[in-house]
Design a protein around this ligand. Structure first.
Ligand code: MRU
Length: 359
């Protein structure tokens, strides 16, 4: 999508330099910094410390991480250990193990000398597929937005949580893909952007994406959504997912569950954009079995922003000695999800529909 009118993606391989490049998302919206991933340790740091984040992008980064590993040492043993190391960086997004498994399965019969090239080819393919899948999610979701517009004949009001835009994928995004497609098709839209404490992906990333695409939006703190729904100021909620269980339970950024409850109580459709790479067909019950990441308490006790001299600062916002808990994700039971928007179409959040995607 666009950044200052130029097309940019979140990760790419640069042939001339033989380097994998990413955007350091920790600095957005204040600075656009491009980084290289040169070692497996740098790849692990990038995922763990959230220079890259968002389930699909974590998966694509892991795939390129295996290319980086193969350049360090193309012994199968080293590659297996590197895959384990990368897989341990974040526990919730299933795209991480999905991408690593895909690479490991597809290199089984490859000669050692050809491994780097083969892995690069696979990583490029995973990246390309992610772009195409997100675009398809956008096209399917666009039909929903168009229908609302045709019915009400006024700007469609959409609430989203966290950042499930292009920064969370390679391009297009998942939850925001329908928004981008609708905007390109001249459907008037207004997006309510949840702050998404503690890391504020809504305020810092989603708003930046929407501003760069000239899509009207308003930033709201995390507790506002319920009020807006009661006031009938939201037509549809669309979020992403880090791992959706085979029963349709959706794990996504912390706070998604509360928005889904409010939407259910107010009869507002709650859609989840779910690329098939974010579905864990091995997990039958999301609430019981999806691992929930707990991150450093500092993310809760400090907040980052620009000071009056435009310098990026972190400031402490809690009393000395206070204890924080930092749960990064929650699970929304399938019964609160209106439908899932996948690259293969819009389906019920039910095992009978989800299992058909597993081939
Ligand atoms: O902790 P993050 O920023 O990686 O969490 C991201 C989300 O929760 C997104 O909503 C999710 O990955 C779906 S994005 C396409």
């Amino acid at each position: 999508m666009l950044v200052e009118n130029k097309h940019l993606t979140t990760i790419w391989y640069e042939q001339e330099t033989d380097k994998v490049k990413i955007i350091d998302q920790r600095l957005i919206p204040f600075e656009l910094k491009i980084l290289e991933l040169n070692t497996v340790d740098e790849v692990c740091f990038a995922i763990k410390e959230m220079q890259v984040r968002g389930a699909p992008l974590i998966g694509v980064t892991a795939a390129y991480g295996m290319y980086v590993a193969s350049k360090e040492n193309s012994d199968l043993d080293y590659l297996k250990k590197s895959a384990e190391k990368i897989n341990a960086t974040r526990p919730t997004a299933v795209n991480l193990s999905w991408a690593l498994n895909k690479i490991m399965i597809n290199i089984r019969d490859t000669n050692k000398d050809h491994l780097p090239n083969k892995i690069l080819e696979l990583a490029n393919q995973i990246r390309e597929e992610d772009i195409n899948n997100c675009k398809s999610i956008g096209d399917h979701g666009y039909e929903l937005i168009k229908k609302i517009y045709e019915k009400n004949n006024e700007p469609v009001s959409i609430l989203t949580h966290c950042n499930a835009g292009w920064l969370a994928t390679v391009d297009w995004g998942t939850a925001l893909a329908p928004v981008f497609v609708a905007h390109k098709n001249n459907i008037p839209i207004h997006v309510w952007v949840d702050e998404t404490r503690p890391r504020n992906q809504g305020f810092s990333l989603t708003s930046w994406e929407l501003l760069n695409e000239n899509i009207p939006n308003s930033l709201i703190v995390d507790n506002v959504g319920g009020h807006l729904m009661q006031q009938k100021k939201i037509d549809i909620c669309i979020t992403g997912t880090d791992r959706t269980a085979s029963n349709g339970d959706v794990c996504n950024k912390i706070g998604t569950y509360l928005k889904a409850l409010a939407a259910f109580d107010n009869d507002i459709p709650f859609y989840v954009s779910a690329p098939i790479s974010s579905i864990d067909f091995n997990i039958e019950n999301g609430i019981r079995d999806i691992p929930i990441e707990e991150r450093d308490a500092e993310e809760v006790s400090y907040i980052q922003g620009l000071d009056e001299n435009n310098k990026l600062q972190k400031v402490k916002i809690i009393p000395e000695g206070a204890t924080c808990a930092n749960y990064a994700f929650d699970v929304t039971p399938a019964k609160y999800i209106t439908k899932l928007i996948t690259e293969k179409g819009i389906i019920d959040a039910k095992s009978s529909s989800i299992s058909k995607l597993n081939n």
